[in-house]
Design a protein around this ligand. Structure first.
Ligand SMILES: NC(=O)C1=CN([C@@H]2O[C@H](COP(=O)(O)OP(=O)(O)OC[C@H]3O[C@@H](n4cnc5c(N)ncnc54)[C@H](O)[C@@H]3O)[C@@H](O)[C@H]2O)[C@@H](O)CC1
Ligand SMILES: Nc1ncnc2c1ncn2[C@@H]1O[C@H](COP(=O)(O)OP(=O)(O)O)[C@@H](O)[C@H]1O
Ligand SMILES: [K+]
Length: 506
């Protein structure tokens, strides 16, 4: 067959993501079905072709290879690059007597092709040069257990300290392909000159947790092996369908959002109305037909002078059960929100729970039960925890949640019978039987207070229209929220207020 194509991963359509176990199964089946060494030749060929495209003017291509098959892919790439006349230098941590058969064959081909081997670090690596990280792939385990670990870390440090671009083979070495947890660290971030060519399958860990920082631009080559999408562990989020509005629509077509939150100064001396206003403004700018605000401030504030479209109501004057209505509850809710949650959980047809609503539920089994029983009544719920809020709900630690984001989101979704939006880099959206989605948009500009309130409002706006699907609404809102940050003009500080206003049409 002709060389399988390499695809630059962009987010115009969903991409299936696979875990290590399924990738191993697929690899074993393909190895059994194909002549020996075929897969590694395809892998090495794909790496070499991308390397040449990324660094056509390189004076040095340093291929850094571990002792397993990831290193084998690197050695095969080195052989190809050398045959094409590229200036290749290779470092190999393996040994011909101990290497897996395919890696040994690749080493032999590299030697025969005239690749220069070195144990040191090539001098004078420049910005036009390329390092190929083929130390560890899906066989990489936790550090410390391997005699080669220290040497690998030193080689990684050398690659990342150089001004050269880096192409990671299959995975950034040391990244857990399933979870996005990084076991080996580069000293600095180099997203603009970092690439990863995922082989056989696209792995979930490239897109969540540390994955995005570790991987840079992701590419994929399936090596000609067709994947069964039904075996995917997750799906990469993608641009939602256009939200063009029919001429003959009216504000009722887009539904109402009721925002409940914002504890007042008088309760505990902590005014948090701003959080509820941010959610309300975001819902308005994201297209809700009408937005009502029920503040928990004892009536202290009755209008948002900057956004007079928002309609303030006493909690008892809000109709949570009305059709085409979504309630967004919890933003800045403080302690006061616990008092209204029984009513909100019982009555709201569609509900977004954020922040203090989630903290209150984590502390109260009655509320937890009230939330979990909504699904059976056909009431849709989206919860939007950040990792610490998720940890409180799961009665564990934020570090534990971060070490298994997909798993944590799915476990919460199961227990609370809700759509879960586990926020952070590579936000995970999970619900029931749906394949979890990892959102690819967003960046650290969002790491500023209030952007989560804006997201809750944006989810509410998408959940409000009659017939809206809660999972799709959550995915679309998270994608749009992150896209706003990705398109943010350079030099303009991103604040949550500006983000809320920018939510229009997104
Ligand atoms: N066999 C084949 O034909 C193919 C192999 N492929 C490649 O093979 C890779 C998987 O190969 P392997 O299963 O050999 O695994 P790796 O090459 O990822 O890692 C295994 C090697 O690394 C060592 N090691 C593991 N953890 C370590 C640590 N923390 N510190 C230091 N050393 C450590 C192990 O002792 C072993 O020598 C994939 O990621 C992919 O790059 C794919 O390209 C598909 C084709
Ligand atoms: N580094 C990051 N990369 C991508 N998204 C981020 C990052 N930091 C924060 N975010 C996003 O910003 C929002 C922050 O929400 P949250 O933590 O609830 O903060 P707050 O409650 O102060 O608004 C979430 O949508 C989260 O996914
Ligand atoms: K690698």
């Amino acid at each position: 067959m002709s060389e399988p194509p390499t695809l630059r991963i962009v987010f115009d359509r969903p991409h299936a993501l696979f875990d290590i176990a399924t990738t191993r199964d697929m690899e074993a089946a393909a190895l059994a079905a194909l002549p020996p060494f075929t897969l590694m030749q395809r892998a090495g060929g794909a790496v070499a072709a991308l390397a040449r495209a990324l660094a056509p003017h390189a004076r040095t291509m340093w291929v850094v290879c571990g002792g397993g098959n990831n290193g084998g892919d690197g050695l095969e790439a080195a052989a190809r690059l050398r045959a094409w006349g590229m200036p290749v230098t290779a470092t190999w941590l393996g040994h011909p007597d101990q290497a897996p058969a395919d890696a040994r064959a690749a080493w032999r081909r590299a030697v025969d092709a005239g690749v220069v081997f070195t144990d040191g670090i090539p001098a004078g690596l420049g910005a036009d040069d390329l390092c190929i990280d083929a130390l560890l792939g899906i066989g990489g385990g936790k550090p410390g257990r391997h005699p080669a670990a220290q040497r690998m870390q030193a080689l990684l440090d050398a690659m990342h300290a150089s001004p050269a671009a880096i192409l990671c083979v299959d995975l950034p070495s040391g990244l857990d392909a399933d979870t996005g947890v990084r076991h080996m660290r580069p000293q600095a971030l180099h997203a603009d000159r970092l690439h990863t060519l995922s082989l056989l399958t696209l792995k979930s860990g490239l897109f969540t947790g540390d994955g995005r920082d570790a991987a840079g631009q992701v590419w994929c080559n399936t090596l000609g092996v067709e994947a069964d999408a039904a075996r995917a562990c997750a799906v990469l989020g993608h641009r939602p369908a256009s939200t063009a509005r029919a001429h003959a629509s009216h504000k009722g077509s887009y539904g109402d959002v009721c925002v409940v939150g914002g504890e007042g100064m008088q309760q505990r001396g902590m005014g948090m109305s701003g959080a509820a206003l941010l959610a309300a403004r975001a819902a308005l700018h994201a297209g809700a037909g009408r937005v009502f605000v029920g503040l928990l401030d004892g009536g202290a504030l009755a209008v948002d002078a900057v956004q007079p479209e928002l309609m303030f109501r006493a909690i008892d004057a809000l109709d949570f059960a009305a059709t085409a209505t979504a309630t967004v509850c919890g933003c800045g809710g403080g302690h006061a929100v616990a008092g209204v949650l029984p009513q909100v959980l019982a009555a709201s047809g569609r509900l977004v729970l954020d922040a203090d609503a989630l903290n209150a539920i984590a502390q109260d089994d009655g509320l937890r039960h009230a939330l979990a029983s909504r699904g059976a009544r056909g009431q849709a719920t989206v919860i939007t925890p950040h990792p610490l809020e998720a940890a409180r709900l799961l009665r564990t630690t934020a570090a534990d949640v971060q070490s298994q984001r997909l798993h944590a989101a799915a476990a919460l979704a199961r227990e609370l019978q809700a759509v879960v939006v586990l926020k952070g880099s590579g936000t995970v959206i999970a619900h029931g039987d749906r394949s979890p989605v990892i959102n690819p948009t967003g960046n650290a500009l969002l790491a500023t207070a209030g952007t989560g309130d804006v997201l809750a409002g944006m989810v509410g706006a998408r959940l409000a229209p009659q017939g809206a699907d809660a999972f799709d609404a959550a995915c679309a809102a998270v994608y749009a929220h992150g896209l706003r940050a990705d398109a943010w003009p350079a030099g303009r500080p991103l604040t949550a207020g500006r983000l809320a206003n920018a939510a229009s049409g997104a």
